[in-house]
Design a protein. Sequence first.
Length: 640
Amino acid sequence: MKNHFQNILLRNYRTILFAILLSQYTITFAQTINVSGKVTASRFPVKNVSITFIDNADTNLRYNTLTNEFGQYQIGLITSVASNNNSLPTSFTIGQSYPNPFSSSTSIPYNLSKQSKVEVSIYDVLGREVKKFEIGNKSNGYHTLFWNGTNNFGQKVANGIYFYKFSVDGENQIKKMVFNHVNNKIFYGGTSALLKSSEKVDNENLQKILSTNFSIRLENTENTSIYIEEQKLENVEIKNDTTINFEVNTISVASINDDSLHQIIRGFGASNILLWRPDMTSGEIETAFGTDDGQLGFTILRIMVEADSNRWGLNLPTVNKALEKGATIIASPWHAPSDLAETVNGVSRVKHDMYADYAEHLNAFTKFMNDNGVPLYGISIQNEPDITDQWTSWTIDEMFTFMKDYAHLIEGTNVMAPESFQFRRNMSDPILNDSIACANTDIVCGHIYGGGLFDYPLAREKGKEVWMTEYLINSPGSGANMDTSWNAAMETAKSINNCMNANMNSYVWWYLVRYYGPICDGTYLRKGEVTKKGYAMSQFSRFIRPGFYRIESSISPTTSSVEISAYKDPNTSKIVIVAINTSGSDIEQTFRLSNSENIAFTPYTSSLKKDCEAGNQIISSEGLFKITLGGESITTLVSE
């Protein structure tokens, strides 16, 4: 069938072209009022806005077009005949696409006299099918098909002439259009309703049958460049060819592309350091790593590699219970064993001739944990090596030497480095740029105290995951003045969101049980009670599980009030969206999903008055949905 159509198209190319030109001539018959103009928002053009003119004398007569890449449009309005009582189409017809030529999207009008099954195929000049639309049954009336210039595989087609064929109840109609994605010339085609060539209206009666009042609708399409506040204008008088420009307000739209995968998410968690704090209780472990209401859903526990190997076993009760809840265990050393360290100019360091012994110290800890049923996921070379006055320090050259010449001696776990205080790239870049040191490094890690929170393309280029392994919000002070307000909780959520959008694979807080941490130690709340900061963190950790991927998300026009990130489980296709409203007022936020299927989301919100509270289910329609984000709140949308 395809070859047959191809042969017909090639043999009758001139005939088809002549018929198309003739049909375009009849469309521009004198009964058409031509309207053109531009749609702008804050003086910027808005492309692919749908503009519909509705004849008030006969509301079934509708004329539709799209703005082009410059925000411009042109449309022909055929005025209704007063004596015609039949307002619906009397036959199946297709109109000329507009814009034509087009560079991004074009609209194709068609009319149906009765409910019909509609199939549409687009062919190139050789008769090869490039795009097929299975439209299905459509009611009688006036309709429009949009095409964005892509083939059946989602790829942009080549510049050139294309033919669109409509098949309706055994009848086929064909017209041509031109695609030119580099064409900067403004071109006005026509999308007027078709006038039968047999219909003749003389000029004397022409003014008697013209309707001059139209309603105008401006609406978003799937490809609208900037979403607008849709407009409805009533009783617009149009008597002659004219220009109508529209200045519209934009809508902030959060776009989610679930086909664009970024980094894998390993999890969220915090530290339990026994040297300075009491161990966690069974209830606190359940609260930290459980996923039910009122729990945090953490999946990472960070512990200390103590210098004294006799104390290593103190970690086992808690880490074993955390493992039962599915947690990942990582470890960091603060101090090197005294027999391996020395003090030079007031700074403690590992003796340069004892690097192999220090590697064995870390190796022994890994083996001890593994032998006791705790598979250690990763071990750091040194917690904050760039801090020189509190624990063992390492210079840039010392860390590089160790990673190149000795890190390979550590076995049975992932080697993490350099874990600097401010995720300083001048400490990690030399490691990544050396083939041997890079091969000995499994995970690039660091903290974000006052710096380092930005994307790390070099690490991704070298195939390394990037982990943020310690942070706390400590403004306005330290000690008893640590900020425990909802504002600090919001800042914590923002820091998690920023880390995820900077392509980091994990986020680990400082103390898990502390009054300024996610679970209170009894200082100002009941011991073991989840703090506001904990609920803010749970907006991520309860719902974004290990193995999820961050997916592309953006807000346009950008706003200073709403921050978002989005995630997807590729195995289940579950989508999680986190939206943070930093303003003090409620904001109605529109979301647009790349997947146009109807998807149900359950919102969970934390705010000054809410603790990860579930809301009413929201269902997207053709990829769109709206939700009111409360002032100073964090909302997580979880798909069913």
